[in-house]
Design a protein around this ligand. Structure first.
Ligand code: SF4
Length: 391
C-alpha cells in the first residue's frame, strides 16, 4: 500500500539545521508507508507522532493518513521538538503508547526507553555544482597555504593570537591534507555519493566524513556534533540551507566552508567575519563572568542532552575556585525559565547551541563549560576555541 500525503507548500524549519524557507512538500519523502507497515505488522494500537516544529501544521494530515492505513490511534507529541536528542519517553509510555514515530531526524546513541521509528524525511532537490566551484577553489588555496604555514610556524604572542580569532580556532586542528569534506543536513545526505563524483570530476579530492556514535550516516553533521572532522580535511562543502550547521562546523574546525542550497540552488560561504563576531561575543561573555560568584548550572532533561557528570564537574570546579554553582534541571531552556534566579551567570550543559545561538536573549551571561574553564584560568583560549560538542 502506498500512503500519499497531499500537502501545500509551507514553512519547514527543523531547529537543527534549516532556516525558515518555503518548500515544496511534494518533493519530500515522508516514508509513511513504511511506518504504517510496521504498525500493522506489530498490531500497535496507540502510536505517538513526533515532528519538528516546521511540520506541525501538516501533522494532523499525517495522523489521518496513519489512522486510515492502520488500526492504530495516533497521538501527536505536541511539545517543541528540536532534534533526535529530544525523543518523547516515559510520559508516552504512561499514556500507553507502543511506538514513537520520530520524523525529520535520525537515531543517535541514546535509549529513550521507547521503541522508536525514525523517518529522516528526504528532499529530491539536485542543484548544479557550478556556482559553488569558484568558492571551493579559493578555500582549497587557503588550506594549501595553511599547510605551508604549518611547516614554518609563526610564533604568535598571546595578544597576537587573540587578535587572530580564526587562527585561534584553526590551531586546534592542524592540517595534514587539503581534502574537501562533503557534508549535509539529513534531508540531503542521499545526494552525497553522487555529488562526490561530480566534485571529483571538477578536480577536488573529496571525502564524506564518518563521525561517531551520535551520527547515523556518513556526511551527517548535527548542531552539537562534527566528529567526522579529521586533519586531512582542509575545507568543507555543506549541502543544505541555513547557517546553523555551518556556524558550528566552522567554530569546531576553523576550516573554510562553502554552502550549496538544494532548495534554491544558491552557493555561498560562511564568512570568517561572521565567525569572528561570534568568537568576540564569546570572549566578551568570558570577561563578563570574571567577578561572578554564583552560577546556575543548567542540566538538560532531554535524553540526548543530559550531561549530568559534566554539570557536576562544573559545580566542583566552581567550588575549587571559591564560587557557588546551583544545578538546575530543565526540559526546555528559555529566558523566562531561568533569568529570575538570583545568580550572576549561567553555565549551560544542555543543548550546546543554546549558549552559542541564543545568548543575547538572556539577561545574564550564558556560557559553555569550556568558557567557564577559560574564565577560571583552567584552560587557555589561545590553545584554540573549543566548541562544546556532545559526543
Ligand atoms: S543537542 Fe544537538 S541534536 Fe539536540 S537540538 Fe541541540 S544541536 Fe540539535
Amino acid at each position: 500500500m502506498h500512503v500519499t500525503i497531499q500537502m501545500q507548500p509551507l514553512k519547514y524549519r527543523p531547529y537543527d539545521g534549516e532556516s525558515v524557507i518555503t518548500m515544496d512538500m511534494e518533493r519530500h519523502d515522508f516514508q509513511l508507508e513504511d511506518l504504517v507497515e510496521r504498525i500493522k505488522e506489530n498490531d500497535h494500537r496507540l502510536v505517538a507522532l513526533q515532528v519538528p516544529e516546521g511540520l506541525k501544521m501538516q501533522a494532523l494530515e499525517m495522523m489521518d493518513e496513519i489512522e486510515h492505513g492502520s488500526m492504530a490511534k495516533v497521538v501527536l507529541a505536541a511539545d517543541p521538538c528540536y532534534g533526535a536528542c529530544d525523543l518523547v519517553h516515559d510520559k508516552m509510555r504512561m499514556m500507553g503508547v507502543e511506538l514513537v514515530a520520530h520524523m525529520g531526524h535520525s537515531a543517535m546513541n541514546i535509549d529513550s526507553g521507547m521503541p522508536t521509528h525514525f523517518i529522516p524525511v528526504t528532499y529530491d532537490g539536485d542543484p548544479e555544482i557550478d556556482p559553488v566551484l569558484p568558492i571551493l577553489a579559493r578555500h582549497k588555496a587557503i588550506a594549501e597555504a595553511r599547510i605551508i604555514e604549518a611547516e614554518s610556524p609563526i610564533d604568535l604572542s598571546d595578544e597576537a593570537a587573540r587578535e587572530r580569532f580564526v587562527d585561534a580556532v584553526g590551531r586546534v586542528a592542524p592540517l595534514t591534507g587539503i581534502k574537501l569534506g562533503l557534508v549535509g543536513s539529513i534531508q540531503h545526505l542521499h545526494l552525497l555519493e553522487e555529488y562526490k563524483l561530480r566534485l571529483e570530476a571538477a578536480g577536488f579530492e573529496v571525502t564524506i566524513p564518518t563521525g561517531g556514535a551520535r551520527l547515523t550516516f556518513p556526511g551527517q553533521v548535527l548542531g552539537c556534533n562534527y566528529s567526522g572532522d579529521d586533519p586531512s580535511i582542509g575545507h568543507y562543502l555543506f549541502l543544505g540551507s541555513g547557517d546553523f550547521h555551518p556556524i558550528g562546523l566552522v567554530m569546531h574546525t576553523g576550516k573554510p566552508l562553502a554552502l550549496l542550497d538544494p532548495y534554491d540552488g544558491g552557493a555561498s560561504e560562511m564568512s570568517f567575519e561572521r565567525i569572528e563576531r561570534i568568537l568576540r561575543q564569546r570572549m566578551g561573555l568570558i570577561f563578563s563572568v570574571d567577578g561572578a560568584k554564583n552560577f546556575g548550572i543548567l542540566i538538560g532533561e532531554k535524553p540526548g542532552q543530559m550531561r549530568r557528570n559534566l554539570a557536576i564537574r562544573m559545580k566542583k570546579l566552581l567550588e575549587k575556585h571559591g564560587k557557588k554553582g546551583y544545578l538546575l534541571a530543565l526540559d526546555h531552556v528559555g529566558p523566562d525559565l531561568i533569568d529570575f534566579y538570583p545568580v550572576d551567570a549561567f553555565v549551560n550543559t544542555a543543548c550546546p547551541r543554546i549558549a552559542i545561538d541564543d545568548a543575547v536573549k538572556y539577561a545574564k551571561p550564558l556560557i559553555t563549560p569550556f568558557e567557564l574553564e577559560v574564565a577560571l584560568g583552567e584552560k587557555q583560549w589561545e590553545n584554540g576555541y573549543q566548541f562544546d560538542e556532545i559526543p
